[in-house]
Design a protein around this ligand. Structure first.
Ligand code: NAP
Length: 273
């Protein structure tokens, strides 16, 4: 069965729109874009469009690549204090002269719609409810729940340990009582771990999950998105030969990607100020 992220994302966005329409104040998402990275520009534009569709006010602050770290931190501090602003997102990557961690740490946890601040990450780690869960793993959990994929008691393998996907994904599956293995580039015998897993979440950015590695009861979620040698958009999973074997699989495109944006809008509709 295909885990259709496109269809579910539309449903989630409809729900968010309805939720926003009932709020006493309009949520306001501010996205900060530093420099001229073309991919970042597209991501920011898509976030703004999605916000507008669900009735969330959105503002994009564009700063030149020459902006100093202090200036950027100052802008974030002002937004933290601004009662009209309910969500702040700083588009990554940032130019090299800016310390990403200082930026993330400066955002108020109650406006941290990406769920990247130490308070939100820490809350998740110690079993408290964070103000916001990171969008991609939260979207994946929504997708698994929509298709009634059993998480509790499942053996899950998360491939990748980034702060934005792999680590929070592992924490969120653990919170739902899965038994989680977090694999990375140093992991031995990764094929064996994938082969026996009930749930595999691959967030690497290279072809990792191939035909003979999977079992017939498994659920495969492909987070990866990159261009192959022919310039075609593809994921970490060899979809054509894996999909006939497994029970559930998410496609690329049309799987995790649309869920990430819907999940981000869900976050942006939460108001703590
Ligand atoms: P990342 O920071 O690029 O890190 C990749 C991870 O993969 C690292 O933890 C790395 O291990 C691991 N890795 C590399 N080679 C490996 C191998 N041969 N076997 C096992 N693990 C290996 O990760 P990311 O930012 O999470 O992105 C991962 C992919 O997901 C990218 O394609 C990205 O574009 C995509 N993505 C998609 C969405 C979406 O909404 N669809 C959202 C976010 C990311 P080490 O830690 O040991 O280096």
């Amino acid at each position: 069965m295909i885990l259709d992220g496109k269809a579910l994302s539309n449903k989630v966005l409809e729900d968010v729109k309805e939720r926003v329409s009932k709020l006493s104040i309009q949520p306001h998402l501010v996205v900060i874009l530093v420099g001229d990275n073309p991919a970042s520009r597209i991501y920011v534009r898509n976030k703004k469009l999605a916000a507008e569709k669900v009735g969330i006010k959105s503002t994009v602050i564009e700063l030149p690549v020459t902006v100093t770290e202090d200036e950027l931190l100052g802008r974030i501090s002002e937004l933290n204090e601004d009662k009209d602003v309910t969500g702040i997102l700083v588009q990554l990557p940032l130019p090299e002269h800016i310390d990403k961690n200082k930026v993330i740490t400066t955002i108020s946890p109650k406006k941290d719609v990406d769920g990247f601040t130490p308070e939100n990450v820490g809350r998740l780690a110690i079993g408290l409810e964070p103000y916001f869960y990171p969008a991609t793993p939260q979207g994946i959990i929504m997708l698994l729940d929509e298709y009634n994929v059993q998480i509790e008691g499942a053996d899950a393998v998360v491939i990748g340990r980034s702060n934005i996907v792999g680590k929070p994904m592992s924490q969120m599956l653990l919170k739902r009582n899965a038994t989680v293995t977090t694999a990375h580039s140093y992991t031995k015998n990764i094929e064996d771990k994938i082969k026996t897993a009930d749930i595999v979440i691959s967030a690497v950015g290279k072809k990792i999950v191939r035909c003979k590695m999977v079992n017939k009861n498994s659920c495969i979620v492909d987070v990866g998105i990159f261009r192959d040698a022919n310039g075609k958009l593809t994921g970490d999973v060899d979809f054509d030969c894996v999909s006939p074997t497994v029970k559930y699989i998410s496609p690329v495109p049309g799987g995790v990607g649309p869920m990430t944006i819907a999940s981000l809008m869900y976050n942006a509709s939460k108001v703590y100020v």
